[in-house]
Design a protein around this ligand. Structure first.
Ligand code: SF4
Ligand code: SF4
Length: 368
């Protein structure tokens, strides 16, 4: 690829609000990774693009007095859609500059490890918080890829696209530049970070809110008020001092937390929720997460919505209704204790029944 074509690509990428870009030969991507990516068969190189998301505090999406936490990246329109659209447009422009067709684009919807590829392309390094950190920009970015049939000569190349910069090169390297800093490691509520750039999924709130099914009691406590995601290890990071303010990242309207409990794929509210980046996880996980949060926050005024949901066909959801009753009962609510007992009596599914029985046992212990 000629340097002038690369400059044109970088100029176009900036037009679509990308904030850093790199290009890397596909042959430098480990064979085991490439094997899972047949869509890269024709590709000779990959363009790696970073797009910021607004990282300053923004209004809650919840129409509620409760302090329900939603990760900052998830407070705007679904990035899969927003970035997907921008990547397709950029890909078409790249084809025009080079005279060759670029077809595949990807945003977090493929088996490639985007952050490691971005680090290898020279956009930044993997920090102790296990995220890609772009010097001068930070980690609050979404990553996108464009497959290209074009050969590039020499080493990978990455540049900053910050509006105030004139495409300065970013230094390639996967080596951590955290130096003596341990802020993310010591601030992580679950102790999930090893300090070597790895993360234990079972101890990470962000991972737990995406996991399906039953979670252990200690994990439910760890989740606290987090409906989706956790930003603690990013908010303390000194590399995140860059202000990513974007005006065109429109927010869908506010949502009453009860609407998550009543989610129905056919309802208009589900159509609203489907515009948020967490909607891919489906209604059961979203219902479960809201049940965990209102339980941990001991929100007694959700009683009738939970009662309705306790007739759900999903034993997992029925169990989390029991977790709600358990928390309120432990805070002294008699009706919640009665509701938990009656839920256990009605439950037929063995695992849900066994877990509900544990909650009833725990409650008895507390009351003695
Ligand atoms: S997202 Fe939260 S829980 Fe997960 S590693 Fe970061 S600080 Fe820890
Ligand atoms: S908080 Fe410190 S240790 Fe953690 S990723 Fe940032 S610079 Fe590295």
């Amino acid at each position: 690829m000629s340097p002038s074509n690369l400059t044109k690509i970088f100029q176009s990428a900036r037009k679509y609000d990308f904030i850093a870009a790199g290009v890397i030969k596909t042959e430098t991507i480990p064979a085991a990774v490439l094997k899972k990516a047949d869509f890269l068969e024709e590709a000779r190189s990959l363009l790696v693009l970073a797009h910021p998301y607004p990282n300053k505090p923004r209004e809650s999406i919840f129409n509620s007095e409760l302090d329900i936490y939603l990760s900052r990246y998830a407070r705007g329109l679904d990035y899969h859609l927003v970035l997907g659209e921008k990547l397709k447009k950029l890909s078409a422009e790249v084809s025009r500059f080079t005279g060759k067709v670029h077809s595949w684009t990807g945003v977090d919807n493929h088996p490639l490890d985007e952050k490691r590829i971005a680090a290898r392309a020279g956009l930044g390094f993997i920090g102790r918080n296990s995220l890609l950190i772009i010097p001068g920009i930070g980690s609050m970015v979404f990553l996108g890829l464009i497959a290209s049939p074009i050969d590039i000569k020499g080493k990978p190349l990455a540049v900053s696209l910050k509006p105030e910069d004139n495409f300065p090169s970013l230094e390639p390297g996967e080596t951590s530049r955290c130096k003596n800093c341990q802020l993310c490691v010591t601030s992580c509520p679950g102790g999930a970070l090893s300090g070597q750039g790895n993360l234990t999924k079972e101890k990470c709130i962000s991972q737990l809110t995406q996991q399906r099914g039953y979670l252990e009691h200690s994990q439910l406590r760890l989740i606290a008020n987090h409906f989706w995601g956790c930003d603690d290890c990013q908010l303390v990071c000194p590399y995140n001092s860059y202000n990513n303010s974007l005006s065109d990242w429109n927010l869908p309207g506010k949502i009453d937390p009860r609407e998550f409990l009543q989610l129905d794929y056919k309802s208009s509210i589900f159509r609203d929720i489907s515009r948020y980046p967490f909607s891919w996880r489906g209604k059961r996980v979203l219902q479960r997460n809201m049940l965990i949060v209102i339980s941990n926050l001991k929100a007694g005024n959700y009683h009738s919505s939970v009662q309705e949901l306790s007739g759900s066909p999903s034993p997992v959801i029925r169990y989390y209704c029991g977790y709600y009753y358990y928390n309120l009962a432990a805070a002294g609510n008699k009706w919640a204790a009665d509701s938990l007992t009656s839920l256990l009596q009605q439950e037929k599914e063995p695992e849900a029944r066994q877990r509900l029985a544990v909650l009833v046992g725990k409650l008895k212990e507390k009351q003695e």
